[in-house]
Design a protein. Structure first.
Length: 128
């Protein structure tokens, strides 16, 4: 469940979407900060995900004002009009999630590539 690109069944991806990366990224982030994410499940009752992060003494926590957050966001913002430029190429996008294919198509075409799509490996290898 916490492994990248692993999902229970193909129908889960088709029904609910997603790339299968969320839990893996979240757990890695939590562990990098000295915490973890664990899950407990009970058939018919669902699952409970618990994230723990060490906070330390509350007196030592640095709280940010809204102004500090806005200032930091403006510093980290991408320059207006910034975009990727890729060499002219033809790219085949293969993914069983229609939304994932569409997102990749938009990014790649904006960067200058030509794209085609396939919903699985079988249709990909059958493409001319």
């Amino acid at each position: 469940m916490f492994e990248p690109f692993i999902q229970a069944e193909g129908f889960i991806t088709r029904r609910f979407g997603g790339t299968g990366l969320g839990l893996a990224i979240s757990r890695r982030s939590a562990r990098a900060m000295g915490g973890d994410i664990i899950v407990t499940s009970a058939p018919g009752s669902g699952s409970t995900f618990t994230a723990t992060l060490p906070a330390g003494p509350i007196e030592q926590l640095k709280l940010f004002t809204p102004e500090e957050i806005s200032r930091q966001q403006s510093v980290n913002a991408a320059p207006v009009g910034a975009s990727w430029k890729l060499p002219k190429a033809r790219v085949l996008i293969v993914d069983d999630g229609e939304e994932s294919r569409e997102l990749v198509r938009l990014v790649l075409e904006e960067a200058g590539t030509l794209t085609e799509q396939a919903e699985n490996g079988r249709t990909a290898i059958e493409k001319p």
